[in-house]
Design a protein around this ligand. Structure first.
Ligand code: NAI
Ligand code: MG
Length: 494
């Protein structure tokens, strides 16, 4: 995928705001009672647009449209290979509109335009192409049972999927949800996050252009209550959620009466372990990006940096220097490396953790405060002398706050690495092959990166152990959670 310079201004991005209504059954319409909410530009704190706010009635209408599309009409009858063709066409349309979508993503979320254009969008397009290829390859088994019977297993679409996504990677999270669901033949009622509804609405429009029949891809912006209506709806078969573990606990309890299928991708406090024999340049870079990528708003951020004693001080010096040099500012500038946090709430949460770190006795070497006086910008912040029991070492901060901790030996670092109720990801940096494998096997995490970090691929399953979630996204494994097996047994004597 080629990268390119993008000459975009916030004004140009604003001109790309086309859809602000709900997408239900192939049509854009206002919410019941005309209810709306404002979406804010986090770099300026100004309102971008007023967006339709889906109510119970709207959720009912979207679920009905999704059910109808699932069971009757073009989607239900469509050959699997043609479903794949719809996904390929959507990928092509996203590529055609890549600059526009990148600008819209940056406007709504605040992430630097270079990242939206050259990291997020290419990954999104790749996810759709990957799942396009799967659509006609979801096969079932035949099973040898006793007697003169023929038994086979069909993998049918799980049904109407409620898909609730967060604001940190709005388009990427949409692709992780729609890719496998649509390849498997499901229909979707997707709720983008209240902070970032704009790109999902635009992709909803492009999905219609790509040939997905009405009702297959519904988009309902709204807050948590909209999500709650989706979760509680008796005609939704499965809920896929990405966000905070506390929200997942609420969803699990709200879904209990209807026993929905659930998959969760939640947060983490991922250890990134640097052994003394690592390639220090690569490890420093990996530790840096592994924490600061996307303003630190990454579920798998390497937010517990564990560095072996003998290289600890040099590592701290390097990372402090790099953090001081990181360019924070206007997300529409090509030079910017770090934009604003997504909203006031996240900004306040991060600032509370920075204060807690200082109060609890960690040493703040750089950053530790706001950047500028407009927008939700925070200086890249480095803490050392962090103890494992401090809140900055235990809780997910979801911001540009790096905690560097020292370790002495292998057993100690494994024990401390696993001393968290999360288990999403981990990083290991060493030139010793057997140590790399031993560490990867000993850590309780859904993904372990060795001598790399944040290496995502549409084909590589991603998800969490423990409180970081259940089920897997991406890869072939994600398809399993979007299909329901059906065992068919035929009496051959009959
Ligand atoms: P959240 O979990 O509240 O929001 C995520 C999505 O869930 C949004 O679309 C939201 O509207 C929806 N939602 C909220 N309450 C719901 C409910 N009761 N039923 C159904 N849907 C509901 O996360 P929030 O408040 O935006 O962020 C809080 C913290 O969560 C962050 O500081 C971060 O630590 C973590 N987080 C983790 C993410 C990840 O990628 N794993 C993504 C976003 C947040
Ligand atoms: Mg919340």
């Amino acid at each position: 995928m080629s990268t390119s310079a993008v000459a975009t201004t916030p004004e140009q991005a604003l001109s790309h705001v086309r859809q602000t209504q709900l997408l239900i059954g192939g049509e854009f319409r206002d919410a019941a009672g005309g209810k709306t909410f404002d979406t804010i530009n986090p770099a300026t704190e100004e309102t971008i647009a007023s967006v339709a706010y889906a109510q119970q009635e709207d959720v009912d209408a979207a679920v009905k449209a999704a059910r109808r599309a699932l069971e009757r009409g073009d989607w239900a009858k469509m050959d699997a290979r043609d479903r794949g063709a719809c996904l390929y066409r959507l990928a092509d349309l996203l590529e055609k509109h890549i600059d526009e979508l990148a600008a819209l993503e940056t406007l709504d979320n605040g992430k630097p335009i270079g990242e939206s254009r050259n990291v997020d969008l290419p990954l999104v397009i790749d996810v759709f192409r990957y799942y396009a290829g799967w659509a006609d390859k979801i096969e079932g088994d035949t099973v040898p049972i006793r007697g003169n019977f023929f038994t086979y297993i069909r993998r049918e679409p799980v049904g109407v999927c409620g898909q609730i996504i967060p604001w940190n990677f709005p388009l990427l999270m949409l692709s992780w949800k729609w890719g496998p669901a649509l390849a498997a033949g499901c229909t979707s009622v997707l709720k983008p996050a209240e902070q970032t509804p704009l790109t999902a609405l635009r992709v909803g429009e492009l999905a219609l252009e790509a040939g997905f029949p009405p009702g297959v891809t519904n988009v309902l912006p709204g807050y948590g209550d909209t999500g709650e209506h989706i979760v509680k709806h008796p005609d939704v078969d499965k809920v896929a959620f990405t966000g905070e573990y506390k929200t997942a606990q609420q969803i699990m309890s709200d879904a209990a009466p209807t026993l929905k299928r659930l998959t969760f991708e939640l947060g983490g406090k991922s250890p990134n372990i640097i052994f003394a024999d690592a390639d220090l340049d690569a490890a420093t870079q990996g530790a840096f990006i592994g924490l600061y990528l996307n303003q630190g708003q990454v579920c798998c951020a390497g937010s517990r940096l564990l560095v072996e004693d003998s290289i600890h001080d040099e590592f701290v010096d390097r990372l402090t220097q790099m953090s001081e040099n990181r360019k924070v500012g206007d997300p529409f500038s090509e030079e910017t490396e770090q934009g604003p946090q997504v909203d006031q709430q996240q900004f306040d949460k991060i600032m509370r953790y920075i204060e807690a770190g200082k109060t609890e006795g960690a040493q703040c070497l750089t950053g530790g405060g706001r950047d500028g006086n407009r927008g939700y910008f925070i200086r890249p912040t480095v803490f050392t002398n962090v103890r494992d029991d401090m809140s900055i070492a235990r809780d997910e901060i979801f911001g540009p706050v790096m905690n560097i901790m020292r370790f002495k030996d292998f057993d100690e670092v494994i024990q401390r690495g696993n001393d968290t109720f999360y288990g999403l990801a981990a990083g290991v940096w060493t030139r010793d092959l057997s140590k790399a494998h031993r560490t990867a096997h000993a850590l309780r995490a859904g993904t372990v990166w060795v001598n790399c970090y944040d290496k995502f691929d549409a084909a590589a399953p991603f998800g969490g152990h423990k409180m970081s979630g259940q089920g897997r996204e991406l890869g072939q494994l994600a398809l399993e959670s979007y299909t329901e097996p059906k065992t068919v047994t035929i009496n051959l004597d009959g």
